[in-house]
Write a new protein. Structure first.
Length: 301
């Protein structure tokens, strides 16, 4: 058997469709369809049940999937082991972080990192999802969550605070006091499928009829605040530097999160990973006041 056959089984199983597998493997749908049919014909067994376009592994498919996962795990472990021995301050470094952190802070930090280590090429994956460091989807993650997987290594940088923000235009004809019923106020929220802690807080705290605008992007939510559509819950590092919006309440304690630099344990001694932890970790720590919501005077709130 060819390793690519196992990659096909992994891709179809993980995405549940030929279209998803084609995207993951960089092929078109028809190629994946022929590839799977040829594999099943060769073994004279059906590997997937087709239920309304959703592909579910059969018993034979599950058996092949288990083998494929073991092979992938060994290949990834070997890849990390070799990369972990790399003492060169050169090569590619894949970083992942949220959209808001990339927008507000990270580009300045990466400019400083590149000026010190010009041989390292940085690839920034801006994604609010948690990419899988175990599968080398990224080398380093900057996350607002403590690493729980035993194979991950992390360093806590700071805490991140969240508060409600509004524009002077919005507040011009409204009471600044936010009552328990939020009478007379409008809110900007997340899309209904969001699972972020801030989205959950809004759902549990603010009546649904008070949320008049939704967006999956925090940057877009901030721009909606500037436009006067309503108030939004934003990380303080995103909202505080803006001069045309203001926080109308102290940071919401329940939404405070830890900010971590995270990598796989096998990669922590790689020269370029160590350099990133040192340079960017120190630069993030220097911005702790901004991250923790202490850069703006809130004495009047």
């Amino acid at each position: 058997m060819d390793w690519n056959d196992f990659r096909l089984i992994l891709a179809i199983s993980r995405t549940g469709s030929l279209k998803g597998a084609a995207k993951e493997l960089g092929n078109d749908h028809s190629t994946i369809f022929r590839w799977l049919n040829g594999l099943e014909a060769r073994f004279r067994v059906q590997l997937f049940e087709r239920n309304g376009g959703v592909y579910v592994p059969t018993d034979a498919g599950d058996r092949m999937l288990l083998a494929a996962e073991r092979m992938e795990a060994e290949a990834l472990a070997l890849d990390r082991d070799i990369a972990g021995r790399d003492a060169r301050l050169s090569g590619n470094l894949r970083i992942t972080c949220s959209e808001s952190l990339a927008y507000r802070i990270l580009n300045d930090l990466l400019a400083g990192f590149r000026s010190r280590h010009e041989g390292i090429t940085v690839e920034l994956l801006v994604d609010n999802r948690q990419l899988d460091l175990l599968r080398r989807e990224a080398d380093i993650a900057i996350r607002a969550t403590r690493p729980v997987e035993g194979d991950l290594f992390g360093r806590q940088i700071a805490e991140t605070a969240w508060a409600l923000y509004a524009s002077p235009r919005y507040l011009a004809d409204r009471d600044r006091f936010i009552g328990g019923s939020f009478e007379g106020h409008r809110f900007i929220g997340w899309d209904t499928s969001a699972v972020a802690a801030a989205a959950k807080w809004l759902t549990e705290t603010v009546p649904n009829d008070r949320i008049v605008y939704r967006s999956s992007s925090l940057i877009n939510q901030m721009m909606a605040v500037k436009a006067g559509i309503g108030m939004a819950l934003l990380p303080c590092y995103l909202g505080d530097p803006e001069t045309d919006i203001e926080s109308i309440a102290v940071p919401e304690a329940a939404l405070t999160r830890e900010l971590w630099l995270i990598t796989h344990r096998d990669l922590r001694n790689t020269a370029r990973v160590r350099a990133f932890f040192d340079v960017v970790g120190q630069a993030l720590t220097a911005r702790r006041q901004l991250l923790e919501g202490r850069s703006r005077n809130r004495a009047a709130l």
